[in-house]
Design a protein around this ligand. Sequence first.
Ligand SMILES: Nc1nc2c(ncn2[C@@H]2O[C@H](COP(=O)(O)OP(=O)(O)O)[C@@H](O)[C@H]2O)c(=O)[nH]1
Ligand SMILES: [Mg+2]
Length: 313
Amino acid sequence: MKLVVQIPCLNEEQTLASVLQDIPKKIDGIDEIVVVIIDDGSTDNTVKIAREHGVKDFVLHRTNMGLARSFRDGMDKALELGADILVNTDGDNQYPSEKITDLVQPIIKGKAEIVVADRQTAKIAHFSPLKKILQRFGSWVVNKAAGTDLPDAASGFRAYSRESLYRLNIITRFSYCMETIIQAGNKRLAITSIPITTNKKTRESRLFSSMWQHVFESGTAITRAYLMYKPYTIFLTSGVILLILGLVPFLRYLYFLSINSHGQHLQSLIVGMILVSASFLSFALAIIADIIRTNRILTEESIEQQKRTRFGG
Ligand SMILES: Nc1nc2c(ncn2[C@@H]2O[C@H](COP(=O)(O)OP(=O)(O)O)[C@@H](O)[C@H]2O)c(=O)[nH]1
Ligand SMILES: [Mg+2]
């Protein structure tokens, strides 16, 4: 079995060496371990330091293309290198590289396609109480959308089986972490989680300048993923609610019309008609979204086949 460990990096010269040093050199059940650095337009010595530490495989972006795109290119690179397992970790030494040994076990044993490291955020000292609550809420929403039961959906320290790389498609620019879980859940890929303790914080997050930006970006990504996989849940629910809300004033109007036919209570008629029309619109959207969804499934199957032809397997 071949393991590829990928590290997406944007100016990580300070911390990359520690990350690389702690990556296990040997793991039972794994024949070969290859490290890939995805350099996303770093302007510091990230690539030089990686070379000095024996890294031979790189994905190089001339300019900054963002983490989701980098992750996608990393997936292709891993498939190209013939990886049976892909582990993603960060260049800021947030995650304990030595834990890769535990992270890949469920995949080696054939028990899971994806393993997510649970940072046990409740125990992280530098996370504020609000951040902890938001993290739990975010994970809860993702689990709802994915039909999974993962304690830490935002963790980037993960292992993916080759099979899951064929089946996952990264679409959004942000929060690919959430997106991959929702996709994997809906595609019924087995996902599991192992607890880890994160290393000491080395610097502030570069992906998110504030917690609220994180909440906003994650919220958008989750909503989009939800619309992609469960469009009828959203549109049918809003359709039914609007219909009930619209029928109340509408029936009220009809009632008054039946006891005194002088065309009064027109406001009820107008409000009722607007709400009922909105509900029909919502039902129509549910049908359209479902047709588009069917189409997307076919497209995804064809992409999967293309990947299998291109990379073998
Ligand atoms: N490819 C790529 N990686 C990035 C970018 N921004 C941050 N990273 C990397 O993504 C990982 C996580 O970034 P970090 O700033 O620690 O965000 P955190 O996950 O919120 O702590 C690190 O390895 C960074 O080097 C980017 O624009 N592109
Ligand atoms: Mg970090």
